[in-house]
Design a protein around this ligand. Structure first.
Ligand code: SAH
Length: 346
């Protein structure tokens, strides 16, 4: 049984079945989550007898890093993790002036089918487990610890639709919040969704103050249907209603992501429609010039078009920030690195 991903309580319960006292769980858990141990043998404050007994029942399996890319400016590191069954997922570390942020994946592949996204090109392989999601952040925390730094924030914006893997994502966030792992503050977590309405409603009831980000990308149902199939199931009005309710319930501001795609959703008319849609909301818009995905034939608008779009929103009193781009030289667009390796047969 792989214990990586278990809480201290789960481990203590399992140890009890083998007559091992509770305080051992405390020792083992810290070795595993804070000291990078991948074998019981390394845990030198456990008696020798226990170190031989434990591997008969338990293992500590962490995903392997199979590719590591550093951006030229050193601010971004992208890892490709490989899991026990050969599935892979990407994780990105972004060093911001305000702290270290980790972008985690929640699924191997994705079934949402968004037209601009590389993660969905090969469909969904499977949900990631609690341990596989948590391991991405814990691996980066281990790395940062060597330089006396830590993981400050997490964005659940990697490959996959987190609200389609709801239980594992929430369990992973709760695990990462524990002081015996990385002591993550919920206020430092942003979860991004393509707009799964029941998932947003459920999240609002969790009672944990994480920020919600909605991938909007189009201001009308007609256009959104075209580029995000999920919109046929949960149309704009329903998504916005759920997002507004989330903001009211949690008192957290909701951000709307809007990828700018040349000649598709980048005109002033669309900016006006977007402003109208978001009127009277505690909301801000994050504009993201598309990371071109060669397979999709979608391109980035000119700088002038981007500026014009942003200005049109601001004139209508919608806060719009342009996403600071990081890691474009290392295939940091969702799923790009994974695809490259899949296509190379790796
Ligand atoms: N499924 C979730 C989380 C993963 S996508 C969601 O849809 O929100 C995280 C963000 O990256 C989303 O806003 C997504 O739309 C964006 N994204 C996907 N492909 C992109 C691309 N080619 N260029 C820029 N942003 C992209």
């Amino acid at each position: 049984m792989n214990i990586f991903g278990w809480t201290k309580e789960q481990l203590a319960e399992a140890l009890k079945d083998h007559g091992i006292p509770r305080f051992r769980a405390d020792q083992i858990i810290r070795w595993m989550y804070q000291r990078g141990a991948v074998s019981f043998d390394a845990m030198d404050n456990l008696p020798k007898s226990l170190r031989t007994q434990l591997p008969q029942h338990f293992s500590i399996d962490r995903p392997k890093v199979v590719s590591r890319l550093h951006s030229a400016d050193g601010a971004t590191i992208k890892l490709l993790y490989e899991f026990a069954d050969g599935q892979t997922a990407e994780t990105v570390l972004m060093r911001h002036p305000y702290g270290n942020s980790v972008c985690v994946s929640t699924q191997a592949g994705c079934r949402m089918g968004c037209a601009f996204c590389a993660s969905t090109l090969h469909g969904l392989q499977r949900n990631l487990t609690v341990g596989e999601i948590a391991a991405q952040a814990i691996g980066i925390a281990d790395f940062l610890r060597q330089e006396g730094a830590r993981v400050d924030t997490i964005v659940v914006m990697g490959s996959g639709e987190p609200l389609e893997n709801y239980d594992n994502v929430m369990a992973a966030l709760r695990l990462l919040h524990e002081e015996y792992t990385i002591g993550l503050s919920y206020r430092g977590v942003t979860l991004s969704t393509s707009g799964i309405v029941p998932g947003i409603e459920r999240l609002a009831e969790e009672g944990i103050p994480i920020s919600l980000s909605i991938s909007l990308h189009a201001p009308t149902d007609a256009l959104r249907n075209e580029i995000m199939p999920v919109n046929r199931m949960y149309p704009l009005a329903d998504v916005l209603r759920a997002a507004r309710a989330y903001a009211e319930r949690t008192k957290r501001r909701v951000t709307y992501e809007y990828i700018l795609i040349r000649d598709l959703n980048d005109s002033v008319r669309e900016a006006e429609q977007l402003a109208k849609l978001l009127r009277r909301q505690l909301a801000s818009v994050n504009l993201i010039p598309i990371n071109p995905v060669a397979e999709r034939n979608l391109f980035r608008p000119s700088k002038e078009t981007i500026r014009r779009f942003q200005k049109a929103l601001e004139e209508r009193h919608i806060t719009a920030t342009l996403r600071r781009e990081m890691g474009t030289d290392i295939q940091a667009a969702c799923g790009q690195l994974r695809n490259r390796l899949m296509e190379a047969g790796l």
